[in-house]
Design a protein around this ligand. Structure first.
Ligand code: NAD
Length: 266
């Protein structure tokens, strides 16, 4: 069935629309431009997601406190809206409007609740929750304009049952799950899906640091025995779930909290 001339073509950049409509652009006919921003994209889970989306044909920018060694990256603190806006402006300038956002930047925290200072509470909420707020708000105009978008928030399997000494972390990540569900309802009519992936134990620098500080209640190997699939998670396991959720064919999946945890939480 042919599209009427001048009809909106959701998800296509303006030059591609021009191509479809007979204009002079060199963009491939009908091919959706997938420009992705991955926060926390220079380490662990975020890095694996950036690599995977790139392999799948997206143009990917990593937004992190640390510069990216392997790809176009923007140094920005997700808690600072001015830095996020400036980073996003640079990404748009270089790659185009952002239609995929994966929020993977995060920090952990371990403290008995009675000893938790408000500053420590605030810092973990600031990075893990407010950072997600800033990044989604900053990319949203691009997605609304395009009429297509994919947002994936990396929360945590600790939200399934809570975690002692991590009240601030679990509170922030649980709020991210709630934000995900609410935004899915709000943004669905605009062609934007919003999902969360709460990882189980994934072998990253964050997890190894926690193990080295004795925060895991044993060694990683002890946790493998309690994991039905009998191995620790790999960053690539999370990247695979994200790759599917940002794909075209996942367009009917939104507002979902999709655990990737080897069966530890069902
Ligand atoms: P990681 O420490 O290897 O990577 C986190 C990245 O986030 C780093 O590159 C860091 O520089 C960046 N970052 C931190 N604060 C930032 C800020 N304010 N602004 C911009 N970037 C910032 O950790 P990871 O294990 O890959 O964790 C990735 C995400 O997955 C986090 O949100 C974490 O809470 C979540 N998670 C991890 C596990 C796990 O077992 N590793 C389990 C559940 C959830």
């Amino acid at each position: 069935m042919s599209e009427p001339r001048g009809a909106a073509l959701p998800g296509l950049r303006s030059e591609e629309r021009a191509t479809r409509e007979g204009g002079a652009s060199k963009a491939p006919r009908g091919e959706r431009t997938r420009i992705a921003v991955v926060t926390g994209g220079t380490s662990g889970i975020g890095l694996a997601i950036a690599e995977r989306l790139s392999k799948d044909g997206c143009q990917v920018a990593a937004l992190d406190l640390n510069p990216s060694a392997t790809r176009f990256g923007q140094v920005a603190d997700v808690t600072d809206r001015a830095q996020v806006d400036a980073a996003l402006a640079a990404v748009r300038e270089r790659l185009g409007p952002v239609t995929i956002l994966v929020n993977a930047a995060g920090v952990d925290g371990f403290k008995r609740f009675a000893d938790l200072t408000f500053e420590a509470w605030q810092r973990v909420i600031d990075v893990n929750l407010n950072g997600v707020f800033h990044c989604i708000q900053a990319v949203l105009p691009d997605m609304l304009e395009t009429g297509w978008g994919r947002i994936v928030n990396i929360s945590s399997s600790s939200t399934h049952s809570g975690q002692p000494f991590m009240a601030h972390y679990v509170a922030a990540k649980s709020a991210v799950n709630g934000l995900t569900k609410s935004l899915a309802l709000e943004l669905g009519p605009s062609g934007i899906t919003v999902n969360a992936v709460p990882p189980g134990m994934i072998d990253t620098p964050m997890l190894r640091r926690a193990e080295a500080r004795g925060r895991l209640g044993g060694k990683i190997e002890d946790h493998i025995e309690r994991t039905p699939v009998r191995r620790i998670g790999r960053p690539e396991d999370i990247a695979a779930a994200c790759a599917f959720l940002v794909s075209e064919e996942a367009g009917y999946i939104t507002g979902q909290i999709i655990g990737v945890n080897g069966g530890r939480n069902t």
